[in-house]
Design a protein around this ligand. Structure first.
Ligand code: CA
Length: 234
């Protein structure tokens, strides 16, 4: 297998060194960029598999880098933010980031996020190679998009139209953190406070049908104050 190539965008040299040392020790390939302009240049000319992107850069906001890269590529972007406010993460996710890490983070956290992202990468690649596949599978879950049915093992799931829509949206973005706003806009076409409250209710009923242990969900992960993510299940 080819080594995964990661573009590390970080202006803070000690943090950058911590990340690259970790990547090296775990046999990842990497390149680095200390600011937004060189990040965009590297991303366009050197074809990284994943971008690790600090949001606070000296020349521009990391969000601008995401917007730019998203004009030509859907490669996974993990944002790194020193700002612990949820609003920054949410803005980054709404602009197309896949996941986030909050500083200070541990080496284990970094590696765990990379593993999740690499599984997402594999899904994106298999989608590319068979883009007409009308069936989605993840662990025991199977969605037949053409028939409009979802199955858990051999059992058909009895879902309401909204639960089905929600499940399909999560499935089409497996591995990616989706914000409350994004989900409610896709499912209801709007994003009022009430919709976020309804989303919690629908997510709870969907989980009851999907998860064997709804209190420790295997498929759909909650990101408190941010949103939800469907995990790729082995
Ligand atoms: Ca910074």
């Amino acid at each position: 297998m080819n080594k995964i190539n990661i573009l590390v965008v970080e202006d803070d040299a000690p943090v950058r060194n911590l990340i690259t040392t970790t990547l090296k020790a775990h046999e990842y390939k990497f390149m680095t960029a200390p600011d937004g302009a060189s990040a965009i240049m590297q991303a366009s000319s050197n074809n990284p598999d994943i971008i690790l992107l600090d949001l606070g850069l000296p020349d521009m906001d990391g969000i601008e880098v995401i917007k730019k890269v998203r004009t030509w590529s859907n490669l996974p972007i993990i944002v790194i933010s020193a700002r612990s406010e949820d609003s920054d993460k949410i803005e980054a996710l709404d602009n197309g980031a896949d996941d986030y890490l909050t500083k200070p983070f541990s080496v284990e956290e970094l590696l765990a996020r990379l593993r999740v992202t690499i599984r997402r990468l594999a899904v994106l690649q298999s989608e590319l190679s068979n883009s007409n596949n009308p069936v989605f599978t993840n662990g025991r879950l199977r969605i037949d998009y053409a028939a409009g049915c979802a199955y858990l093992g051999d059992e058909e799931m009895h879902l309401t139209p909204i639960e089905y829509k929600l499940l399909c949206l999560m499935a089409r973005n497996v591995g990616k953190v989706l914000t409350h706003t994004y989900i409610t806009q896709k499912v209801w076409g709007s994003s009022w406070e009430n919709d976020v409250a309804s989303l919690r209710v629908f997510m709870a009923t969907l989980r009851k049908k999907l998860e064997s242990a709804p209190d420790s969900p295997q498929y759909i992960q909650t990101h408190i104050g941010v949103g939800y993510r469907m995990m790729k299940v082995e």
